[in-house]
Ligand binder design. Structure first.
Ligand SMILES: [Fe+2]
Ligand SMILES: [Fe+2]
Length: 295
């Protein structure tokens, strides 16, 4: 069993500054961290899939470092188009998993039942990402190392379309070559991305592509073709990826916030399976008692 919390697109600014003049991304990430720490089943690890900061400033990474401190499990970071590799290395390089040499911040995590491949898709100074020849070669080599082991690939820019035209224009380029590389590899459970600030799923390259919602602002859901991206403050969230040997990879969306409940499932006597103990998800006895009381 492996449980991964995928947080993404935190867009941290220096303390006291809001992203785009609107979003208190520090407070929102602190709320996400509290939500993960309160999960009844604690994730084995957290993966943050890019746009960790808004501008890639050292000050922003230092604040990010501070915000993530309450998490007891390891946290793995990937860059997005708003990040700067050199500053990520400066602040997080001592954690041991980021390569300190070479251009890209690729790595694998090998100590879980589910293998993790983290891919750096960033093209410095650009909004889009790319799987160019060196990156494809690195990915092929990693996949060839352990062709039978269940694997999840994390990358910031989706290599698949999402129907959000303005966001798809800054997707991961050279995606057909990556699709060709993945096709036929049944051990690749998922290609899990960020960048689009919404929860999205697609069948792609013989596996499943997914995008996690942002822990901060969301991209407006508008599937009409147009060029302008706008955001709103829909409920933020993150993905919980649960890998079980008998079931494969199961993904839940966790919303961050305070919501009414929990309430018990007190079954109404008119419920067709009222007398079927096996059909009651919580407490048949409690429902029967409540029904008795209401008579
Ligand atoms: Fe983002
Ligand atoms: Fe992005």
């Amino acid at each position: 069993m492996t449980l991964i919390a995928q947080i993404t697109d935190m867009h941290i600014r220096p303390s006291g500054k809001k992203a785009y003049g609107v979003v208190d991304t520090e407070a929102m990430l602190r709320a996400a961290v509290a939500s993960i720490a309160a999960q009844p089943r604690q994730p084995n690890l957290v993966v943050a899939s890019g746009d960790l900061t808004d501008c890639g400033l050292v000050e922003e990474y230092e604040l990010l470092h501070d915000i993530l401190k309450p998490l007891a499990m390891p946290v793995y970071l990937l860059p997005g188009n708003h990040d700067r590799r050199e500053n990520m290395r400066l602040v997080f390089g001592d954690q041991g998993y980021l390569p300190m040499n070479g251009e890209h911040l690729h790595y694998t995590v090998e100590d879980q039942a589910l293998r993790i491949i983290a891919l750096d898709t960033v093209v410095a100074g650009k909004g889009h990402g790319e799987m160019d020849t060196p990156r494809l070669a690195w990915l092929r080599a990693r996949l060839d190392e352990q062709p039978d082991r269940p694997t999840i690939i994390f990358m910031h820019h989706p290599p698949f379309p999402t129907g959000l035209q303005h966001m798809d224009s800054i997707n991961c380029r050279n995606a057909p070559a990556m699709a060709e590389l993945l096709r036929g590899r049944a051990n690749v459970e998922r290609v899990a991305c960020g960048h689009h600030h919404r929860s999205i799923q697609i069948r792609w390259a013989g596996t499943i592509g997914s995008v996690a919602p942002s822990v901060a602002h969301q991209v407006v859901l508008d599937l009409q073709p147009h060029d302008d991206a706008t955001f709103n403050m829909e409920p933020p969230g993150y993905h919980l990826h649960l890998w079980q040997p008998d079931a494969g990879l199961i993904t839940h969306t966790a919303f961050i916030g305070h919501f009414a409940g929990p309430y018990p499932f007190l079954l109404d006597p008119d419920y067709p399976a009222f007398k079927d103990k096996d059909a009651a998800p919580v407490s048949h006895a409690a429902a029967a008692a409540a029904a008795q009381k209401s008579r």
